[in-house]
Design a protein around this ligand. Structure first.
Ligand code: IPE
Ligand code: IPE
Ligand code: MG
Ligand code: MG
Ligand code: MG
Length: 333
């Protein structure tokens, strides 16, 4: 991160670093083969964008970002599990992750499957144990409802299945349990992309967009509570999260084509994945990604968000989104 990053994240990074150290300590102290396996994974933290986004979304309401720490921890654990399973031989069969052997390579496949299971299960324990008392049971239940809906059998996990099986677009669109963006919003997104990109776009919304949406929605709710559930800001944040995830995956897929980012290059090509840069040029994918991200950021800055959201906090969020995707150089104002 470049100059200026420190000050913009001053109130957030120390909170998150402490939260992440707590996660590491929890598994280190277990002294079991499963604890050791998870410790191996957490020792290489990755970019931690989802946790930071969660805290930035909470910060929109300026009530202190600690209120969302348990949510950020839970989301980071769910992300970690999804990557361990994503690398397994039955899925992407990737030998490296974050510049080191992936867990099933460093240890064994059984350990990797079970470490993923444990992280997913434990995520809920962090959510419950670290939630502020001001939330109350209703808010906690809503949080669990949102994260399970977005990452479970009709969210991220379904996206991973679609990613592996490569179904046709009609099968995806005819799903009866549709929890993504509204059909109308989907049509607007797809209308801006050439038809051959519709299938990878929907897969990306599921497998990556849903988790980003949960970061922004849950972070914001943590900052203000259940009373905000029906406010329009939640709808805007949810849609921005989905679009951000879609774009983030597009850029990840372009990176996969060119070089090694701590994971094997050209994996998508070898596995015959239906990614956008395998259909049109990487340059064109980046152009579509830039346009989509630009629109999403403008939505954040210009829509009439709920009264208590401070403009400078919104600009902070948009600034961070830009830091995540420097290749796209989207306008911040
Ligand atoms: C990897 O995400 C999976 C995708 C959705 C592209 P990241 O690239 O954010 O993973 P880490 O956590 O930084 O390693
Ligand atoms: C992974 O997408 C998405 C999830 C884990 C939900 P990718 O398969 O493209 O991620 P990388 O490239 O292995 O990190
Ligand atoms: Mg994958
Ligand atoms: Mg993969
Ligand atoms: Mg990838």
């Amino acid at each position: 991160m470049g100059h200026g990053a420190q000050t913009r994240l001053d109130g957030i990074l120390p909170v998150w670093q402490q939260g992440y150290a707590e996660l590491q300590g929890f598994y280190q102290e277990q002294g079991t083969p499963l604890g050791d396996a998870i410790t191996y994974v957490l020792a290489k933290p990755g970019k931690q964008h989802r946790a930071i986004l969660t805290l930035l979304s909470c910060d929109l309401l300026d009530q202190g970002v600690r209120r969302a720490l348990g949510v950020a921890q839970a989301i980071e654990l769910i992300h970690a599990y999804s990557l361990i399973h994503d690398d397994l031989p039955a899925m992407d069969n990737a030998d490296t992750r974050r510049g080191q052997p992936s867990l099933h390579k460093a240890m064994d496949e059984t350990t990797a499957i079970l470490a993923g299971d444990a992280l997913l299960t434990d995520a809920f324990s962090w959510l419950v144990k670290t939630c502020p008392s001001s939330w109350g049971a209703a808010t906690l239940c809503r949080m669990i409802d949102i994260i399970t809906e977005l990452t479970g059998s009709h969210g991220m996990v379904l996206g991973q299945l679609y990613d592996s099986h490569n179904p046709d677009i009609q099968t995806l669109l005819s799903a009866k349990s549709w929890v993504l963006v509204s059909r109308e919003e989907l049509n607007t997104i797809l209308a801006r992309l050439p038809a051959p990109l519709h299938l990878p776009a929907v897969i990306n919304l599921y497998k990556t967009g849903a988790l980003f949406a949960s970061c922004l929605v849950m972070g914001f709710l943590a900052g203000g509570g259940e009373s905000l559930l029906r406010c329009d800001t939640i709808k805007v944040l949810r849609l921005v999260g989905f679009k951000l995830g879609l774009v983030y995956q597009m850029v990840d897929d372009v990176r996969d084509m060119s070089s090694d980012y701590g994971k094997p290059a050209l994996r998508d090509h070898d596995l015959d994945k239906n990614t956008m840069p395998r259909i049109i040029s990487s340059r064109e994918v980046m152009a579509f990604a830039g346009q989509m991200l630009n629109r999403a950021c403008q939505d954040l800055l210009t829509q009439d968000l709920a009264g208590p959201v401070a403009r400078d906090k919104l600009e902070n969020l948009v600034w961070y989104i830009n830091q995540m995707l420097p290749e796209l150089r989207v306008s911040e104002t």
